[in-house]
Design a protein around this ligand. Sequence first.
Ligand SMILES: [Zn+2]
Length: 466
Amino acid sequence: MAASATPEGAVERIVIENAAIATVDAQDTEYASGHIVVAGNRIESIGAGKAPEGLTNVVRRVDATGHLVTPGLVNTHHHFYQWITRGLATDHNLFNWLVALYPTWARIDEQMTYAAAQGSLGMMARGGVTTAMDHHYVFPRGSGDLSGSIIRAASEMGVRFTLARGSMDRSEKDGGLPPDFAVETLDGALAATEETVKKHHDASFDAMTQVAVAPCSPFSVSTELLKQGAELARRLGVRLHTHGSETVEEEKFCHELFGMGPTDYFESTGWLGEDVWMAHCVHMNDSDIEAFARTKTGVAHCPSSNARLAAGIARVPDMLKAGVPVGLGVDGTASNESGELHTELRNALLINRLGAHKEAALNARQALRLGTYGGAQVLGRATQIGSLEAGKLADLVLWKIDGIGHASIADPVTAIVFGAAAPVTLSLVNGKPVVENGTLLHADEDAIARSTREQAQRLARIAAES
Ligand SMILES: [Zn+2]
């Protein structure tokens, strides 16, 4: 176990006491006032009342009075590079929005993806995200080491991270949506993806960086890239990620080109399985949901992005009832400018109540579970993170709920889900502080604000000139 050690070689402990705790374990165990002992990078003990007496090597004691402690939030779908193309094509649906933005996206370089990753990661971390992911699928020729720059930004921020190495090889000339100059070749995409997995993927229990194989979507990748991408992922023992069933236009596209709907198409290319998770899954009929449940294919539910692009409402209550693993995703910030995951808990709950199940659609605890344990499940890390249990990794958040925004709400979980986004007093990732009193500990927010603005202006200038 990669624990920090004192000169005597003993594991250092952080003790958190007097907290309301929502463990999000299988029984939804909660404590009105409890303790958590962190030893090295793991949770050593958790329970009601004060911490056990006689603990050695305690380097920090936290009086968490007025706070709710939950597992750290897990984001399951994002596109970091979009941080520098926010606020554009604001009144478009998915296909029109993509066509408007592809020419700009095709001009990104390593400097831009690094700054955009810092912006995306910083905004999520200060809002309680402890595990981030980035689905990056735009690799213009000669743009540098984009994957390396993104992984470096995550490592510097101190968060746990999954890079979904994306790709596109179906451009306009092949009936796809992206312009010809924005795509890779089939062989080039597969080779670069394999290289990224071999260079960066860590399969260990306490891994900070993992890599998934992630062709972008049915309308931007070839059938061969889906099939060979799935084979590659299974040969390397990593997970598979893509976009699926996002809009009615995508459904129509699949019927016209492949003679079947998106879920049948995914199944025919090897893309249903317990090692797969898919963003959106808005347009799913009963048999699609049954296929996901049967194969344990996971879903990244992105309610704000689906609303922003008028895609529709994913049938999350039906998916959960059928046994489909569901996590939450911010999605790229060109279609969800806020880039925060804690507000997605609230939006998931509210938007699903506009669907068929009305007020019975989701409750506050189900929303919290989607953003924590559900996310860990779809990223394949449920034995390691996503709930607060002895032996699991110490990724947790102290939400301040005794301030003006929350003090008058009696139930702590209701306070952070139904109420305003609660301030983060402390977050730990792998047992180490990443946020204190709402401030990032390992990055300078003002410097990130400046560099992301500069890179956004630089990209806009280059795109306008080309
Ligand atoms: Zn997306």
